[in-house]
Design a protein around this ligand. Structure first.
Ligand code: SAH
Length: 346
């Protein structure tokens, strides 16, 4: 049975090769080719004999992908559309910032969660990605430079594709693989409650963000259908259990939508809610406009600063985030939507 090369953790190579009667002593050369030289085809592994490369091609294929669109923003953010052999595509975004080079990756084609302001979910879920397809996005990113940080904030809900996402992140984190430190890898969830205990049990120090976006169930259910399945009380309780058990912080993401969740009262109520979770922080993000919801507007700077001020005065650690890459269709799922629309109009 074939096994995609990018689904094999570095320490698994030797035993897997041995099991199949292959030359296990070649494992180190394989790892160097894959993750130092970033080959995209076994023919690129020139340190290995040709007949062995042919065997690797058959048994451990390197997942084929194409970078089918690149859209670059004035702030240096690059958004790539990565297309797999079944023609399905996901987005990955490269975000340069002083000493960091962050890559935002996707875990699913489309998304089933249907958050009102999110472009990825506006057409539903097509399929989940396999671990090697998640790693493929990272390898696509590597063709543009050395990646220092990974955020799982692209298309899809990572906790709805838990096993494959975790396998990919463990590989990206592996010392003899890409070796990106766990604290430089952030998983973002819309609040799939069973995922918190599972992640805590992994014992890996990945960072965790939770998309909250509302101070109470009434507003949250308007924006996020997932809130009906796991309302805020249950969600905040599982967040609190997570921070207590792991001693790791949780960052709540709060996308501010004008006239919807941006009032002073909302900020005060939000402060009370997140203070139930030890070691919680809040990131405030102004809404990126999306074409399918022209009624959702970006708040002005004054509102953002008022919201920030109320949270801080109430003792909540808060950061104001800039939207990056707006002119590159960088809001979640926008580039893929645009591409699909273009295909349909051809
Ligand atoms: N499913 C995961 C990760 C993908 S979305 C999650 O929900 O966390 C990454 C973040 O971008 C989430 O916080 C999401 O709510 C936010 N987001 C999506 N569309 C947005 C938009 N139009 N403007 C601002 N933030 C948006």
């Amino acid at each position: 049975m074939t096994k995609p090369a990018w689904s094999i953790l570095p320490d698994e190579w030797k035993p897997i090769l041995k099991d199949r009667g292959l030359r296990a002593f070649r494992a180190d050369q394989i790892l160097q080719s894959l993750y130092r030289d970033c080959i995209l085809d076994w023919d690129g592994a020139t340190t290995l004999p040709k007949d062995f490369r042919e065997t690797l091609k058959k048994e451990f294929p390197i997942t084929h992908f194409e970078i089918s669109a690149v859209s670059e923003s004035e702030d240096g953010t690059k958004k790539l559309l990565v297309t797999f052999d079944d023609s399905e595509a996901v987005e990955t975004v490269l975000i340069p910032a002083r000493e960091r080079f962050t890559q935002c990756i996707s875990t699913q084609v489309g998304c089933a969660m249907g958050c009102a302001f999110c472009a990825s979910g506006s057409c539903g879920l097509v399929r989940s990605l396999s671990a090697d397809e998640i790693v493929a996005q990272y390898m696509a990113g590597r063709t543009f430079g050395e990646i220092t940080n990974i955020v799982v904030m692209g298309m899809g809900e990572p906790f709805m594709n838990y096993d494959e996402t975790m396998k990919a992140l463990k590989l990206i984190n592996a010392g003899r693989g890409p070796n990106i430190g766990a604290r430089h890898i952030t998983i973002s969830t819309c609040g799939i409650v069973p995922g918190f205990a599972k992640l805590a049990a992994e014992g890996i120090q990945f960072e965790l963000s939770v998309s909250l976006h509302a101070p109470n169930d009434e507003i949250r259910s308007l924006l996020m259908p997932v809130n009906k399945r796991w309302p805020m009380k249950e969600l905040l309780q599982s967040c609190a259990n997570y921070t207590k058990e792991t001693k790791r912080i949780i960052t709540f993401e709060y996308t501010v939508v004008a006239g919807l969740n941006d009032s002073r009262a909302a900020a005060e109520e939000l402060a009370r809610a997140v203070k139930k979770v030890p070691m919680a922080k809040v990131n405030l993000i102004p809404l990126s406009p999306v074409s399918h919801r022209p009624d959702f507007k970006t708040p002005d700077d004054k509102t953002m600063l008022m919201f920030l001020d109320v949270l801080m005065k109430n003792g909540v650690q808060t950061m104001l985030r800039r939207s990056r890459g707006k002119d590159a269709n960088a809001a979640c799922g926008q580039l893929r939507l645009k591409r699909n629309a273009e295909k349909q109009s051809l």
